[in-house]
Structure formats: C-alpha cells, structure tokens
Design a protein around this ligand. Structure first.
Ligand code: NDP
Length: 358
C-alpha cells in the first residue's frame, strides 16, 4: 500500500512545498481572459532540493530503504497511474465541454490554463504537473541506482552513475530554466487533460526511467571510459542545441533586440507586423531544439552500456514519436498564424528538424 501511495504522498509534499517555499513571481507568455499575461510562481529547483534532502535523510537514518521506490516500482507505477486517471477525470469533467466530444475532451482537456489561488503568484496546474513529474522521476532514478549499487556492491557500473548524473543535470537545468518553458507549446497550445495530466503524473516519472528500470539489476557491462565520455558528448551536444534554441527564442520574445548571451544578435524576417527569427539556432532547422532533445535521449540510452537491449531505446524512440508529429502540428499552426511570412521562413530555413536530412 505504501508503494502504491508513494507517488500520491510525493504529489502532496510537492504541492505543499510549491506553496510555502519562497518563489519568484513572473508573468508568462499566455494571456488570460482579461488580455493580461498570466502570472506564475516559480520555485521548482528549491522544491526539488528540499524533497531530495528529506528523502536522503529518511534513507540515511534507516527510516526507509534506499531502494524503496525500486522494490515497489510496480506498485508505484500503479499508484501513479491511478492518480493520473483520477486527476484527469476531476480536471476535465468539472469544466464545460469544448464541443469536440467526450473522448477528445478527456484526452486533450477542456481547461486551457487552470490556476488556483489566483493572485500575484498563483499555483498553475501545468507548472505543478511538470514539477511533480521532475521530482518523482529524480526520486525514481536515485532509488533505482541505489538498487544497482546494493545488488553489485563491489562492481557497480560507472554507466549507471553517468546516466543518473546526466539525467539529474537534465532535470535540474529544466527547473532552473522554468521561466523559459512558459513560452513553449504546452503552455500556449495545449489544454489540461489525460495527455498532460496523466502524462506528467505517470508517464514522465515512470516511462522516462525505462532505461534504468530495465538495466539496474544487470552487472557492469564494462563500457570503456572513452566511450562513456563520447556518450556524454552526444548528450551535451543535444543539450546545447535544445537549450540554445529555446533560450534564443525566449530572449527574442521577451527582449526583441537583445543579443543572446550578449553575443548573438537576432537575425529576423518581418512582414511589418510580425517577426520571426531566422539566424543562429533558428537558421539550422525549424526545430533544431527537437533534434537536441533526441540527441540527449540517445546519449542517455547509450550511457547505460546495453546497446543491444531494446528497452533503453524506448526513451529516444518516444521522443521521435512525440516530436516529429508535433513539428508537423506546429508548422500548420505557424502557417496559419504567420501566413506569407511563414512561407518565406520555410524558404530560408529549409529543414524541419535534422539539417541536411529532414
Ligand atoms: P518550440 O519551442 O520550438 O516552439 C514553437 C513555437 O515557437 C511556434 O509555435 C512559434 O510560436 C514559435 N516559433 C517557431 N519558429 C519561430 C521563429 N523562427 N522565430 C520566432 N518564434 C518562432 O517548440 P515546443 O514548444 O514544442 O518545445 C519547446 C522545448 O521543449 C523544445 O526544446 C522541446 O524539445 C522540449 N520538449 C521537451 C519534452 C520533454 O519531455 N523533455 C517534451 C516536449 C518538448 P509563436 O506563435 O509564439 O511565435
């Protein structure tokens, strides 16, 4: 039972901490019904630090086994799945229908940007969901890695340490740049239903860890150190593309004339009303950030050292399945929004995701 309810407990703790831990109050990109930008409270990194310190202390003083979340991973997955379904029903069925039909409403959601305690820094449902997902995933990774070390005390795999270090970097830097994510598709184009709700409460923390879930029991595969270094390079090359592009767009949307990191001046095209970036990262392909995300996932899959096992590859494959159709959706949305300017942009930046290939 405790395993089943562990994600529920984590969700309550994260919500309480999100409310009480000092936060930055910022304006986002999405506008509310009054035409004003929505406000958000941002304290993700601090909440993660408090949860990790608490979890570490509980394990250190013997109150909970280090590998508790590993031992009860199936119960945890079932609990998170139930939580995701309960959340989906509650958030969707309590809002007026959109007219697309019940199934579409359940999957895609009805409410666009639900917020609680609206004021200077409200709790935003999307921000909370992403925060919970990141915290629960980090806890899972730590516990799965602890199981690996306990199972192979004298010969733990350096690849597992590398994988957890890279994934932790990925999660911490996501929370560090929380504000930048307010300018992404999920915030301006998606509603809160099963896709986002169950996605963040179940899929994000339990599927993203599929690589370590499937290999934590295995012995050290003996990957040579230079290869591990190469896999870290693949990961960080992806990170540079993804973070660079996202940051360049964020700077451009918030301070249109400013240079990225004081160096890269914005190169743009305009129709007099609207403007698009077509320099720097945004000249490589129209979604170079998606390529970056896929490369990071490939680096993580390789780091575990079992390239012939299909399971670690599910994570990068998922990104391909998610981001290729998303690119097509976003392209359609932008073609409608920007009209002839988008056609001009497509002429200048020919590639959709992978320069020279696609
Ligand atoms: P983008 O950040 O690329 O956002 C697309 C939007 O940016 C467009 O709709 C348009 O919005 C604007 N835009 C597009 N081209 C230009 C341009 N040339 N100049 C100015 N604005 C432009 O995509 P997403 O929001 O989908 O993704 C954001 C990040 O999140 C990516 O790095 C992605 O890989 C990552 N991601 C991560 C996931 C994960 O699980 N880790 C899952 C999904 C995404 P507008 O109308 O505002 O101009």
């Amino acid at each position: 039972m405790l395993g089943f309810f562990a994600p529920w407990l984590v969700a309550v703790v994260v919500l309480v901490l999100h409310l009480v831990v000092p936060a930055r109050a910022v304006k986002g990109y999405v506008r509310g019904a009054d035409g004003e930008p929505l406000r958000y409270r941002l304290n993700g990194l601090r909440v993660l630090a408090v949860v990790l310190a608490a979890a570490w202390s509980l394990a250190r003083f013997g109150l909970i086994p280090w590998d508790f979340l590993w031992t009860h991973r199936w119960e945890g997955l079932a609990g998170a799945c139930t939580l995701g379904l309960v959340f989906t029903l509650a958030i969707v069925l309590t809002a007026p229908p959109t007219g697309r039909g019940l199934l579409a409403d359940l999957f895609l959601g009805r409410r666009e940007n639900p917020q609680l305690w609206v004021g200077r820094s409200p709790v935003d449902a999307k921000m909370f969901l992403y925060l919970f997902g990141a915290v629960q995933l980090e806890l899972n990774l730590g516990s799965f890695a602890a199981h690996h070390v306990l199972a192979h005390p004298d010969a733990a795999s350096p690849g597992v340490f590398l994988y957890v270090a890279l994934f932790s970097f990925f999660l911490c830097e996501y929370l560090f740049f929380e504000e930048v994510h307010l300018y992404t598709y999920d915030f301006f184009a998606e509603r809160v239903g099963f896709k986002l709700g169950w996605g963040c409460l179940t899929f994000y923390p339990y599927f993203y860890s599929v690589g370590l879930w499937s290999t934590a029991d295995l012995p050290n595969p003996g990957t040579p150190a230079p290869l591990l270094a190469l896999f870290a390079v693949v990961f960080f090359s992806g990170w540079m593309l993804s973070r660079g592009a996202n940051l360049q767009k964020f700077v451009f949307k918030t301070r249109p004339g400013a240079k990225l990191l004081g160096v890269l001046a914005p190169v743009t095209i305009t129709d007099g009303e609207r403007t698009l970036l077509c320099g720097g990262f945004w000249s490589l392909s129209r979604h170079i950030n998606y390529l970056g995300e896929i490369l990071m996932a490939v680096g993580l899959a390789l780091a575990l050292g079992w390239p012939l096992s299909p399971w670690p590859w599910l994570y990068p494959l998922y990104y391909v399945a998610l981001l290729f159709p998303r690119q097509a959706d976003d392209d359609r949305r932008c073609a409608t929004k920007y009209g002839a300017l988008w056609d001009e942009y497509r002429r200048r930046v020919r590639w959709r995701i992978v320069p020279g290939l696609y």
